[in-house]
Write a protein that binds this ligand. Structure first.
Ligand code: KG4
Ligand code: ZN
Length: 326
């Protein structure tokens, strides 16, 4: 079964074709980063307009790269939640129109669940029950995976997502948006113990995440040390964030007797994070390659293979329902 998927939840216009949930036939991503960088973050109206301009050429390219015509497609999938309303609407309405005009079934997919599925799709391993760690620009959470489509939430972020914290820290250090990757690079040259930064915790849930206080500690350190070493700040911030994730992941794996860790989302590209988790865990770590960590439509097309057909009432929904991925 060949599924064409559309992804427009934030600032990437993407289309991909995946066969039987795993085999990627094409994966086209058009990033809007250049348009948003001058604003230091994603500007919603610019994002929606850029999606409108790019969506049809991107879909056409995805079909071309797979050497397929639209009528050789078995289902049209779209990320309909969560994300920016104007951005999501472009993808959802395009998918509905294509499905209506051709009679091809429509499938709505949750973007966050798809980030998790990227690691399952790429590894082709199903070591369940497992821990899922989703770390993106908008979401950060630990979930227990009992199967594809069967999850329970262990801990969510109480404030900032990790990618957001990376981007904000990078911004105060003068790095261009989105600064996550540049911050990781800078951290490699610094002393991770130079500053005693620490990520936050909840008194009631050992798996809840918090990065807002950590970000504030960084801001104060910069304010109080005018001649601060940027690499030391980056390395100490990253050490604090990663050691917190390692500690909470290990605790969850032990408490629930989990067989593996599946990592997903834009921050999952971070090699220091991947290497530290690998060293610390006794279970396998499955992380997708960079192209499947950040926003892409291949993960949407892959996951859609495991989902039911949607009706034309499918609507763009900016805030997702995490209890859990419906
Ligand atoms: O999943 P994603 O592409 O978009 C959302 O759905 O949010 O994640 C983007 C986030 C950005 O905050 C970006 O700075 C971060 O992922 N990111 C990284 C790295 N590469 C991208 N964060 C830390 N280290 C990296 N190497
Ligand atoms: Zn994402």
């Amino acid at each position: 079964m060949r599924i064409l998927a559309i992804e427009t939840s934030c600032d990437e216009t993407a289309a991909a074709i995946v066969e039987d949930g795993e085999k990627i036939l094409s994966n086209v991503i058009r990033s809007q980063i250049k348009q948003h960088a001058p604003h230091g973050g994603v500007f919603p109206q610019i994002a929606a307009k850029a999606h409108l301009d790019a969506i049809m050429p991107v879909i056409e390219l995805a079909l071309q790269e797979a050497s397929l015509s639209l009528l050789q497609i078995d289902a049209i999938a779209v990320a309909h939640t969560p994300g920016l309303l104007g951005s999501l609407m472009v993808g959802v309405e395009t998918a509905k129109t294509l499905a209506y005009a051709t009679g091809i079934p429509l499938i709505g997919v949750n973007h966050i669940e798809a980030h998790l599925y990227a690691a399952i799709m790429h590894s082709k391993q199903r070591d369940f029950p497992a821990l899922g760690l989703i770390l993106s620009g908008g979401h950060s959470m630990l979930v227990k995976i009992d199967g594809i489509g069967s999850y329970s939430l262990l801990g969510n972020t109480m404030d900032d997502a990790l990618g957001e914290a990376y981007d904000k820290v990078a911004r105060v250090m003068g790095l261009a948006y989105p600064g996550g990757a540049a911050l990781e690079k800078l951290a490699l040259e610094g002393d991770p113990m130079a500053f005693p930064f620490k990520a936050g915790s909840s008194k009631t849930n050992p798996y809840a995440l918090s990065f807002s206080g950590l970000k504030t500690q960084v801001f104060y350190a910069i304010r109080d040390n005018p001649h601060y070493n940027r690499a030391d700040i980056a390395a100490s911030f990253q050490r604090a964030a990663i050691s917190d994730l390692v500690k909470k992941s290990k605790a969850a794996i032990l408490a629930y007797d989990l067989k593996a860790l599946y990592l997903g989302g834009g921050v999952a590209q971070n090699q220091t994070l991947q290497n530290t988790l690998k060293e610390a865990l006794s279970t396998p770590l499955y992380a997708p390659p960079a192209i499947l960590c950040s926003d892409n439509a291949a993960m949407i097309a892959g996951l859609a293979f495991h989902k039911k057909e949607s009706s034309f009432e499918l609507a763009a929904q900016p805030t997702g329902n995490f209890s859990l991925f419906f």
